[in-house]
Design a protein around this ligand. Structure first.
Ligand code: ATP
Ligand code: MG
Length: 399
């Protein structure tokens, strides 16, 4: 067994000592069988959240109504979820109420895919009532039970299937694929936040190309914000070689491929309910990408974009032109490093200086003049020194 599991064995032992069952389950067992790295182990138990809180001294309530308690143990935190049954589904969405149950089998049965419905006890024995190990061996994604029924219970599972294609490079088992193609419309009922989470995992997976193609093939893009009439652009998007792009860069590339003008970027991203911070970064990348496509980098455009955005822009530019050049990136970073000023506060003068030199009250003219000075300093027309700038303003009659 690997370290992450070994460290958690005392937790399972404590729960068992109190008279309950507990197992490793879910993504951690799947990834362990796939010999992938594991960050967090998931534990499922027959004990209720209240019973777990009696066993451990340090716990945090994170989702008691869903049966999850976080236990802090030896400096690590563990999510412990009570066996549950989700038989009551409302309106193609995951259930509001869950019933706690005492049977591992029934807990595994409510899970989405056979590869995610495997449990492992503290000795490393695998409990696999739905042949998940075989599916893993065959690199197949198949639902536990009838795919049509399982997708009708919770339509998000269709997007989860596709995101696992992206992350694991597995294929969809035929019946699961058929059900996916027939039931896309059920995604209408799913909250955008849940869809966004899976879509972002699709964007970041190694096999994003095939998974986006699958999304289009199955017609699921019709139920995603802003993508309903965009299968052609999306197909083009899936064709880019973009292993090196991070999540915000992927969003920016998507907006670029969909030809969303930069001024509409924020409203597009709002429909996906991205965080304000993420929206701002993506929109800034898109705006600077437009400039990059119209002309090569200048001192001013580098300055305006800033260090991180300019690198992101260049990465995307190279992806779109299928022309990855490391030397160019190094050169760009060097040019940025060599800029005389990196931000407005680096300028040797302030708006206050201009106001006192001109002996006038402030107004929009201050900002305009500062921008002119920035440009002159950036192209090294004027040294970034107070006196030199003042003199330059006189000679140009700008003061
Ligand atoms: P990841 O490595 O991305 O965390 P994961 O399989 O652990 O993948 P989670 O979203 O963390 O995915 O879910 C944990 C487990 O809960 C899954 O492995 C699966 O057994 C179950 N599960 C999650 N979402 C659903 C769902 N919508 N329907 C049924 N079971 C689900
Ligand atoms: Mg997980």
């Amino acid at each position: 067994m690997i370290k992450a599991f070994v460290q958690a064995i005392p937790i399972i032992e404590k729960i068992e000592l109190a008279g309950y069952e507990a197992y490793f389950v879910g993504g951690s067992v799947r990834d362990y069988l796939l010999k992938k790295d594991i960050d967090d182990v998931d534990i499922a138990t027959s004990a209720t959240p209240e019973e777990i809180k009696e066993i451990f001294t340090k716990t945090i309530d994170v989702g008691i109504e869903h049966g999850t308690v976080v236990v802090l143990y030896n400096g690590q935190s563990y999510e412990i979820t009570t066996f549950r049954n989700e038989s009551e589904y409302e309106d193609f969405r995951r259930p509001k109420d869950v019933q706690f149950i005492r049977s591992l089998y029934d807990d595994l049965k409510r899970r989405d895919f056979t590869m995610n419905a495997i449990a492992m006890n503290r000795e490393g024995r695998i409990i696999d009532p739905f042949s998940g190990c075989e599916a893993i061996q065959n690199k197949l994604i198949q639902t536990v039970g009838e795919p049509r029924e399982r997708f009708s219970e919770d339509a998000l599972r269709m997007m989860r299937a596709i995101r696992f294609v992206s992350q694991l490079s597995f294929s969809l088992e035929e019946k699961t694929l058929m059900a996916l193609k027939e039931n896309g419309h059920l995604l209408k009922k799913i909250s955008i936040e849940r869809k966004t989470k899976e879509f972002e995992k699709i964007l970041c997976g190694k096999n994003r190309q095939r998974s986006i193609q699958l999304l289009i093939d199955a017609g699921l893009q019709a139920f995603l914000p802003g993508l309903d009439k965009e299968s052609e652009a999306l197909l083009k998007f899936s064709g880019f070689e973009c292993e090196k792009l991070n999540l915000t860069e992927m969003w920016a590339l998507l907006l670029y491929t969909l030809r969303v003008p930069s001024e509409n970027g924020i409203s597009f991203l709002k429909t996906w309910r991205l965080s304000n911070q993420k929206m701002k970064i993506v929109a800034k990348i898109v705006a600077n990408l437009e400039i990059r496509f119209s002309k090569p980098w200048s001192e001013l455009s580098l300055y305006q974009a800033g260090a991180e955005i300019s690198v992101s822009v260049e990465k995307i530019y190279q992806v779109v032109n299928s022309d990855e050049k490391n030397e160019q990136m190094i050169e760009l970073k060097k040019r940025y490093q060599d800029l005389v000023i990196k931000e407005r506060s680096d300028l040797a003068i302030t708006g206050q200086d201009l106001i006192s030199w001109k002996d006038e009250t402030g107004g929009p003219w201050v900002k305009e003049l500062i921008e002119k000075i920035e440009q002159a300093v950036l192209i090294r027309k004027v040294p970034n020194e107070k006196e030199a700038i003042r003199e330059w303003l006189y000679t140009c009659n700008l003061k």
